[in-house]
Design a binder for this molecule. Structure first.
Ligand SMILES: [Zn+2]
Ligand SMILES: [Zn+2]
Length: 244
C-alpha cells in the first residue's frame, strides 16, 4: 500500500494543491477526493487523468470535488483501461450529481446521466477493492453535514476534514500504522477543522503515527517543514512524496 499526496493544502492553498491522496496497491489505484489540482499532481507523477481507476469522495466541499467534472470528461474523450469507479457515501450521491450535472448532463451526443461517466457505488459502511477493505467513518466537520474518513486496517486511518475526535483516534490507533489527519496549521481556531494545539494534546504514541495534511501554504518549503519536524513528533505530509 503506497500513499502519495497529489496535494496536501487547505481549501485556499495556491502552492501545493488541495488535499487528496492517491493510493496504489495490487495493480490498481484509489484516489481519495478529487480536487482540480490533482491534474497537476498526476502530471508531475507522469500520469494521466484516465489512469485513475477508483475514487472515493469524503464530502462535498469544493476543494474535494472540483476536479471530478474534468476527470469525467477526460475519461470520455480519452478512455482509459477502465471506466472510473466512484465510491460515494450513499447520502451524498444525489447532491454530488447536482454539483456536477450542470457541466455533464447536456452534451453534443445527447443527455447523459451520472452513471454514463462513472461506475457508481453508493456506499453505506464499507467497500472493498482488490481484497483491501475500506471502512467509512463519519467525521465531525460541519454540524449536520455528511463527511467521512476512511479506515483501512492495518494500514491507515485517513481523517478527511474534521474537528479532532480524540476518542476515536484512541480507539483505533493500535490498529493502524499511520494516521493521516487534517490540521489547518494556522493560529486562528477554525471551528470545522483541527488545530495543531489540539493535535499536541494527544498521547505521544499517537502523535508518532500522525502525518498532518490539509494545511496552509506557510509550510510548502521543505525548510519550513524541517523546522517544524525538529520540534514535533507529528509529521507534515509532503506533496508528491510516496508513503509506504
Ligand atoms: Zn477541505
Ligand atoms: Zn471540508
Amino acid at each position: 500500500m503506497k500513499i502519495t499526496f497529489l496535494g496536501c493544502g487547505d481549501g485556499f492553498s495556491v502552492e501545493q494543491g488541495h488535499n487528496s491522496a492517491l493510493l496504489t496497491f495490487g495493480d490498481t489505484n484509489l484516489c481519495i477526493d478529487f480536487p482540480e489540482s490533482n491534474h497537476w499532481g498526476l502530471h508531475q507523477l507522469g500520469m494521466q487523468l484516465n489512469q485513475i481507476e477508483h475514487i472515493f469522495i469524503t464530502h462535498l466541499h469544493e476543494d474535494h470535488v472540483n476536479g471530478l467534472q474534468k476527470l469525467a470528461l477526460f475519461h470520455k474523450v480519452y478512455p482509459g483501461k477502465v471506466k472510473p469507479r466512484l465510491y460515494i457515501p450513499i447520502g451524498l450521491k444525489d447532491d454530488l450529481w447536482q454539483i456536477l450535472r450542470h457541466g455533464l448532463e447536456l452534451t453534443t451526443r445527447g443527455k447523459r446521466v451520472f452513471e454514463d461517466y462513472f461506475d457508481l457505488v453508493a456506499v453505506e459502511n464499507e467497500f472493498e477493492i482488490a481484497g483491501v477493505r475500506f471502512e467509512l467513518i463519519q467525521t465531525l466537520h460541519v454540524l449536520d453535514m455528511l463527511s467521512y474518513g476512511l479506515l483501512c486496517k492495518p494500514y491507515f486511518y485517513f481523517s478527511g476534514d474534521t474537528r479532532l475526535d480524540a476518542g476515536y483516534l484512541l480507539q483505533i490507533s493500535e490498529e493502524v500504522q499511520t494516521i493521516y489527519h487534517e490540521c489547518h496549521m494556522q493560529d486562528d481556531q477554525l471551528p470545522s477543522h483541527t488545530s495543531l494545539e489540539e493535535v499536541l494534546t494527544l498521547p505521544e504514541t499517537i502523535q508518532k503515527k500522525m502525518i498532518l495534511m490539509h494545511y496552509v501554504d506557510d509550510y510548502v518549503q521543505s525548510s519550513a517543514r524541517q523546522v517544524f519536524h525538529d520540534k514535533h513528533l507529528v509529521r507534515l505530509a509532503e506533496p508528491l512524496r510516496a508513503y509506504e
